[in-house]
Design a protein around this ligand. Structure first.
Ligand SMILES: [Zn+2]
Length: 211
């Protein structure tokens, strides 16, 4: 019997999964010029998944950071630097990249227990390592969705895939995120098959005919 997912057509579930896939596909690697754009895009498209504490560019936050700097100056005699919105924005982007990095471990892991642990590490980082159980915001709902469906996490085999981390629609073994990605591989397989069979046929034809 085919396994079916409860609430498969549920709009929220779909959105939660879209968020997970968008976050895990952020190109955070050093030197990748698209890293900032990707992170900004996730922050913009999934605004509701990131509370003020996460993106924190409010005046209140700036004042808090300035106070923290003063404490550092007092304690260590280091000159406190002026904190700008730009600084805080780049801190936020750094945080997105760390989330992505940790989330990719979930996709790269086969062991369910390790996967659970990596999901926990993503959540822990997101919440700043507090001890209290967090509120069930959209981010937490997405993580719970992932916890239930982590076995569907796959990496597309097409090396040119622009978003190789994906969630398979079911537990069957799939190796490409989409028919578009599977297309070149199928064509390649066909070409290999043909060239193999052509050369075999050529060899056959070379053989002197028996009368
Ligand atoms: Zn793909």
């Amino acid at each position: 019997m085919k396994k079916r997912f409860e609430k498969r057509g549920d709009g929220l579930v779909r959105e939660l999964e879209n968020f997970l896939v968008a976050l895990v596909n952020v190109r955070w690697e050093k030197g990748d010029s698209r890293a900032e754009d990707d992170a900004e895009e996730v922050l913009r498209m999934y605004k509701n998944y990131f509370p003020l504490e996460f993106v924190a560019v409010s005046d209140e936050h700036l004042a808090k950071r300035a106070r923290e700097e003063q404490v550092v100056e007092k304690r260590y005699g280091v000159i406190a630097s002026q904190i700008t919105r730009q600084d805080i924005r780049s801190e936020t982007l750094q945080k997105v990249w760390i989330l992505t990095k940790r989330l990719r471990r979930v996709w790269n892991e086969q062991n369910p227990r390790s996967r659970d642990w990596f999901i926990f590490k993503v959540r822990d980082f997101y919440h700043g390592g507090g001890v209290d159980a967090p509120q069930l915001n959209l981010f937490e709902q997405a993580m719970e969705q992932l916890q239930k469906h982590a076995a569907r996490a796959r990496i597309c085999l097409n090396r040119d895939c622009p978003a190789p981390y994906y969630l398979s629609p079911d537990f069957r073994l799939r190796t490409f995120c989409s028919p578009i990605c599977a297309g070149p591989a199928k064509r390649e397989a066909k070409r290999t098959w043909w060239s193999h069979h052509r050369s075999a046929a050529a060899k056959r034809n070379k053989r002197p005919r028996q009368k």
